[in-house]
Design a protein around this ligand. Sequence first.
Ligand code: BJW
Ligand code: ZN
Length: 252
Amino acid sequence: MHHPVDANALNEALDQAAELLRPARKVAVLTGAGISAESGLATFRGSNGLWEGHRIEEVATPEAFRRDPVLVWRFYHLRRANLATVQPNPGHHALAALEQRLGAGFTLVTQNVDGLHQAAGSKNILEVHGAIRRVKCSGCLRVTDRGVAALPEMPRCAECDALERPDVVWFGEALPEAIWEQAVKAVLSCECFLVVGTSAVVYPAAGLIDLARTGGSAVIEVNVERSAASAQVDVLLLGPSGTVLPELVKRL
Ligand code: BJW
Ligand code: ZN
C-alpha cells in the first residue's frame, strides 16, 4: 500500500490528470457509491454490499417492491436513517471547489441518491438515479421531499392513499428523461470527464464514459481499484477519492 513506487505512480498520474483538467473549460463528472464510502456509506458491490443477504438487484426492482414492499421499505428506511448521521467527505468538497473554479462549465452527474453532493455545496447536479430523500406515490405519481425524517413503515399518499415508494430508479425502470438528456449533452460537450467511485457496470449511466470518448473528451478515473471502465480511460488515479480528489484540485 505505502510502497514508494506506488506513491510515485500515483503522483505522476496526478500530474498527468492535472494537465488534462487544467485547460478544460467544460468539465463533466460522473460519481458513484465509492465517493460516499469515506463518509461511511456502504457501496453496492463491495464486500459490505449485501444487505441482509440480498443483492441490490433483488431489492432495487419494481418486482421486489410489488412482491414484498415491507422488505424493500425496510432497506430504504435504514439507508434514510443512516443518512441523518453522515456527512460529505473531502472528495465531495473537492468537486464543489472544482465547480467554483469552472462555474457554468461544470456538470456533476451522480448515480448516488444520498444527497451528499448538495450537502458539500455542489450546485449543478444531475441525479440520474433519483434521490432517497424524496418519495413518489405509486398511484398518482406525486413526488414529495421528506428529507431524512423517519417515515411510517409503509408510507401512503396524502392525496390518493396509494402506497408510496422511494423516488429512486430501480432496475428495469427508465431514468428521469429530462435529467438524462442534460447529462448526455454535458458529457458530449465536455473537454474533460472525471469518473469517480463507480464500478461502471450499471447502464445507461456507465455508457456516459463511452459517450465522453465519442465526443472527444479526455477521461480521468478515480477509484480504489480497477473498474469496468479502467481500460478505456486516459488516466487512472488509483486511490480513495477523499484524498485523490483534493490532491488533484490542489494541482490545478
Ligand atoms: C471507491 C472507494 C473510495 C469504493 N474511493 N472509489 C445487460 C447489459 C446492459 C444493461 C443491462 C443488462 N441487463 C439489464 C440491464 C439494464 C440494467 C443494468 O445496467 N444492469 C446491469 C447490472 C447489468 N439497467 C437498468 O435497469 C436501468 N434502466 C434501464 O436500463 O431502463 C431501460 C428502460 C428504458 C425505457 C423504459 C423502461 C426501461 C436502471 C438502473 C438503475 C440502477 N439503480 C441503482 C439503485 C438506485 C436506488 C438505490 O440507491 O437504492 O443504482 S442499482 C445501484 O447501482 C445504484 C447505483 O447508482 C448503481 C451503480 O453502482 P455504483 O455507484 O457504481 O456502486 P458500486 O458499488 O457498484 O461500485 C462502487 C465503486 O466505488 C467500486 O468500483 C469501488 O472500487 C469504488 N470505491 N471505495 C474511490 N474510497
Ligand atoms: Zn397518490
